[in-house]
Structures are given as C-alpha cells and as structure tokens.
Design a protein around this ligand. Structure first.
Ligand code: 1CP
Length: 333
C-alpha cells in the first residue's frame, strides 16, 4: 500500500509520510531555470513534458512520499473559457465572466482545452521515481474558485464590494463548477492520481452564516463524488474558523490544517487523519529551530494518523537545504 493510503485508509500511526504544498516551485533553482524560459504560466502548465519534469524535480532531490502534479487550481476557469493570466508581481488576472458561453460549454471541449494536465499525471504516475509513492491530483474548492472567477484577481486585500450582489449569477457558476470539478477530478484519477486534495485557500474569508451555502454543501458534494471513485480525499479549508464542524459535516478522509491551528487542540477535536500545520516561515530560520518545531508536530500526533506537511505552501525564499533537512528529519523520527 502507498504511504498516504497507509495513513488515510489503514489509519497507520507508525509512519509519517511527508509531502509539501508547493513542493514543485519557485524555491528550486531548477524550476526557476525552466520558468525563466517559459514566461506564460498557463502554457507551461499545458506543456506535458515540462510539467512532468517540474513535478518530478522535488522527488529527485528529496525523499518525499508523494508527487503533486504541477498545475494550478485556475486551470479550471481557464478550461471554462474564462481568460486567465499570471502577471509578475501581481498574481492571477482573470477576464470577465461570460455566463451564457460558460453554461453552454460541454465536457469534450473542456477536456480538449486542458488535456495535457491529464497526460502529465499519467507520465508522473508511471515514472519509476513515483513507484510505491502517491500521485496527488487536486482541485480548488468551489468557494475558492468562485472567489477568483468573480473577483477576477486574488482576494488578498479584499473581496469586491458587490461580490455577493448577483445571486443568480453565483448560483449558476456554482452549478457549472460542480459539473466540471467532477469531470476534472475523474480525469485526474483515470490517469493515475490516487489521492485528491481540495484546496479551499479562501475559506477563511466567510462568516459562519455563509458556510453552509458556499462551503459545506458544495464541498460535501465533491467529497462524496471522490469517495464514490474509491479514492481518498484530503480537504484543506485554510483558516476556516471551525475545523471540527467542517469535518463533522463534510467528512473528508483526511484534513489539512493551517499554521494558526493549535495542534494539541485539534488532536482532541478531530478523529480523522490529519495533515500539515508547520508554519512555512520556520524553514527560513535555522536547523535547530526547524527540528524543534517539526518535532513538536510529530510528538503531538505520534498516536494519531498523521501526514507531515506545512500549514501553507513552501515560501519561494526557502533554502532547498532546509527542505532536505526537514524531509530527512521526519523520515528518521
Ligand atoms: O512562477 C510563478 O510565478 C508561478 C507560481 C505558481 C506555482 C508554482 C502558481 C501561480 N501556481 C503554482 C503551482 C501550483 N498552484 C500548485 C502545484 C503543485 C505544488 O504544490 O507543488 C498547486 C497545488 C497550486 C494550487 C493553487 N493555486 C492554490 C491553492 C493553494 C494555495 O497556495 O493556497 C491557489 C490559491 C492558486 C492560485 C495561484 N496560482 C499562482 C499563484 C501565485 C496563486 C495565488 C494567488 C493569490 O495569492 O491569490
């Protein structure tokens, strides 16, 4: 059995597999080398040879237990024919939503537009380096994708004032997302993904009263779909106020926690396998601090099924030597 399945399905507490969010990315010089020559990020994600190579880069360097496919959650709106661009120093920039056109889109045209993502997953999953390891496919959660689709850029500073104004538009988009997220998930699994992670990076923006409509109900629907394909699903509802309630309602197979969560408290609150937590900034300190902080998580979760990861993506300024130290340290624990 693969390492993540051991923990998620068999609830094995004797091993702590490790993978890192954004493990393929800007902190690696070999990634920056490729990126320099490929200014168009979407095109790079659609280049099956290069996206395969980038996905495998961290596995060649570090003793990681899983590959996460080099792609982006915004490939979905791109597949829905919304314009998506990444501007240096600004982040994602999306075009206006054409809801009539989006509503008419069919499965064949969607898959046709992003099929290299699936080809890359196939290539990664059959590569020798990934043998006996996991290939993680992923999607953005409906809420987080809705945020980018309507806000047309990162909500880092704020959501558009009139974000919730057009309720009928929001409802239509959520239905379209439900349909195409399922298609996107199924194609990833059909091509070799054996775990799915749902990234809800902006879950923390919502008030309690809005969670049922925008998070619980659409995410539960997706989680049930992934389960129906006999594939474990990990949810990462970043900065959501109540992880316990989220788990009780949505029932993912495992839950990713952010770095604001007190690991001791979550251990008491949550029975399902847990992933992540360590603040990515700790990797910018020194080996001694890193060892101490990482050990804290391993100690707290020593009798609980636990997958090691960070509480958000690895930072671009991280020294790969620190990453190597962390991976070996977790392996030797
Ligand atoms: O070189 C560059 O400038 C590109 C940076 C980059 C990378 C390496 C982006 C732009 N996306 C990615 C890859 C990516 N994105 C992966 C690859 C696999 C891996 O983890 O190694 C994954 C899983 C994602 C998922 C993703 N994209 C999320 C969810 C996770 C998270 O970080 O919260 C989000 C919110 C995005 C949108 C996005 N794509 C890129 C950026 C800079 C952003 C965030 C923009 C924002 O702050 O709103």
């Amino acid at each position: 059995m693969t390492p993540l399945h051991e923990v998620i399905i068999k609830k094995n507490t004797k091993i702590n597999p490790i993978w890192i969010m954004r493990q393929a990315g800007r902190y690696l010089p070999e990634f920056r080398e490729i990126r320099k020559k490929n200014q168009n990020f979407i095109k790079l994600c659609l280049n099956q040879e290069l996206s395969t190579e980038i996905t495998l880069q961290p596995l060649k360097r570090f003793n990681l237990d899983a590959a996460i496919i080099f792609s982006d959650i915004l490939m979905l709106p791109y597949g829905l024919n919304q314009k998506v661009e990444f501007e240096k120093g600004f982040g994602p920039k999306l075009g206006e939503v054409n809801i009539d056109e989006m509503s008419k889109l069919n499965e064949v045209d969607f898959v046709q537009k992003i099929y290299p993502v699936y080809k890359a997953i196939k290539k990664v999953s059959i590569n020798d380096i990934v043998k006996n390891k996991n290939t993680i496919g992923f999607v953005g959660a409906p809420w987080t994708l809705l945020v980018y689709i309507i806000n047309q850029k990162s909500p880092k500073k704020s959501l558009k004032k009139n974000f919730f104004e057009n309720n009928s538009l929001i409802k239509k988009i959520l239905l379209i997302l439900e349909k195409f997220l399922k298609i996107h998930i199924r194609n990833q699994i059909d091509n070799g993904a054996n775990v799915i992670q749902i990234f809800d990076s902006w879950a923390g923006l919502l008030e309690e009263r809005d969670l049922p409509d925008y998070i619980y109900s659409p995410t539960l629907n997706l989680v049930n779909y992934v389960k129906s394909l006999n594939t474990p699903v990990i949810c990462f509802p970043r900065e959501i106020k109540n992880y316990k309630k989220f788990c009780e309602i949505v029932k993912p197979d495992a839950i990713g926690i952010d770095y604001n969560i007190d690991p001791k408290k979550i251990l008491n609150d949550i029975k399902i396998p847990i992933q992540g937590g360590l603040d990515p900034k700790i990797l910018l300190t020194d080996k001694e601090t890193l060892k101490k902080e990482a050990t804290k998580y391993l100690d707290i979760f020593k009798d609980h099924p636990y997958i090691f990861n960070l509480g958000h993506g690895v930072l671009p300024e991280t020294d790969p030597i620190m990453m190597d130290y962390l991976v070996n340290m977790v392996k030797d624990y």
